[in-house]
Design a protein around this ligand. Structure first.
Ligand SMILES: Cc1cc2nc3c(=O)[nH]c(=O)nc-3n(C[C@H](O)[C@H](O)[C@H](O)COP(=O)(O)OP(=O)(O)OC[C@H]3O[C@@H](n4cnc5c(N)ncnc54)[C@H](O)[C@@H]3O)c2cc1C
Length: 303
């Protein structure tokens, strides 16, 4: 990346919020991947707007990274700027049965806040290890809910650094998909419309879902959760298991025996190992059942 961009970035972002050659294995739950040319932690809207305008003007690629829990970053890294939302993007306010959350807040903190406020509807998201921003992009979901069911509006920043608010409907949510996967917007905040409930009932449901995750998912290993989307009429994990792929290794990447829908980093995996194992799983499931599994995990950089 052109060094003059770094000089310009330093005029907007204070030096301690900017990292050169940022090791992306420290910013993703797979714990793999090479360096991003630059990583910036952004603490406010004006700063974000100025950075986006600069990068657009200089034609430097950039991407948002939340908790990196759905990301596979190339071992060669990413020749662009990784933006993370911190500070003022990390808070919540509640008014009646509506919570406004910054896009950088984690879902777990948001769910705990909703529970304290006696607001129900977000229990399903407790234990999904992402941020609100990442969950809006992915239309994250589990058990009896998904983000689409509780989001009433989203505040976005466009590539010109301008803010606009869209309704939940305008987000075009569908299964693991939203407007944000197709358009160059940054989610900066969202409003969740919830229903009044009893704090104990909400907390009980959250703990129940968390318990189910712990018993069924290989949470002791780095992963990005379900590697593939659920194909219509099937379960990806069951197809993978029935194809005899449980425990299949490529380098340090392995199809979890505990939950075949998860590819895990069993220690020392590279992103290439994970990517190659994903291809083997897709090929073998297709050969056996005629179903082409579509990755849920998003790749960043060149593979
Ligand atoms: C153990 C485990 C369990 C999981 N269980 C579930 C589950 O039950 N259900 C489920 O749906 N998912 C699950 N996931 C996957 C993952 O947690 C979700 O997809 C989550 O919503 C991703 O959020 P993130 O902040 O980590 O996003 P990231 O992985 O950081 O980013 C995902 C995408 O969103 C983009 N992005 C991030 N923030 C913004 C923003 N503010 N504006 C615009 N774009 C942005 C990124 O550029 C990237 O393209 C699981 C993952 C793990 C590791």
């Amino acid at each position: 990346m052109n060094s003059s961009v770094l000089v310009d970035l330093k005029k907007i972002v204070s030096e301690e919020h900017l990292l050169v050659d940022a090791p992306m294995k420290e910013y993703t739950t797979f714990k793999t991947g090479g360096p991003a040319a630059v990583l910036v932690n952004i603490y406010g809207l004006n700063e974000l707007s100025a950075v986006v305008r600069l990068l657009k003007e200089k034609q430097v690629p950039y991407t948002l990274v939340g908790n990196g829990s759905n990301l596979l970053v190339s071992d060669k890294g990413y020749d662009g700027v990784v933006i993370r939302l911190r500070g003022s993007f990390d808070g919540f306010t509640a008014k009646g049965n509506v919570i406004e959350s910054g896009a950088g807040a984690t879902l777990s903190r948001l769910c705990s806040f909703a529970a304290q406020e006696g607001l129900s509807g977000l229990e399903f998201a407790y234990g999904i290890p992402g941020t609100v921003g990442g969950a809006l992009v992915m239309n994250a979901g589990a058990y009896d809910g998904e983000i689409a069911g509780v989001v009433s509006s989203v505040t976005l920043m466009d590539p010109e650094g301008k803010i606009k608010t869209v309704s939940g409907k305008e987000m075009n949510f569908s299964y693991r998909d939203s407007l944000l996967k197709h358009e160059d917007y940054i989610a900066v905040a969202a409003e969740f419309t919830l229903t009044k409930g009893k704090i104990e009932d909400i907390q009980f449901k959250m703990q129940d879902f968390l318990g189910r995750r712990k018993s069924k998912q290989p949470l002791e290993y780095p992963s990005a959760g379900s590697t593939f989307k659920r194909p219509e009429g099937f379960f990806a994990g069951k197809l993978i298991e029935d194809a005899g792929l449980a425990g299949r290794f490529v380098g340090g990447a392995c199809v979890s025996k505990k939950h075949c829908g998860f590819i895990v980093n069993d220690g020392g995996a590279s992103s290439e190992d994970i990517s190659n194992l994903m291809k083997i799983v897709q090929d073998e499931v297709f050969a056996k059942f005629g179903v082409m599994l579509e990755p849920e995990v998003i790749k960043l950089g060149n593979f």
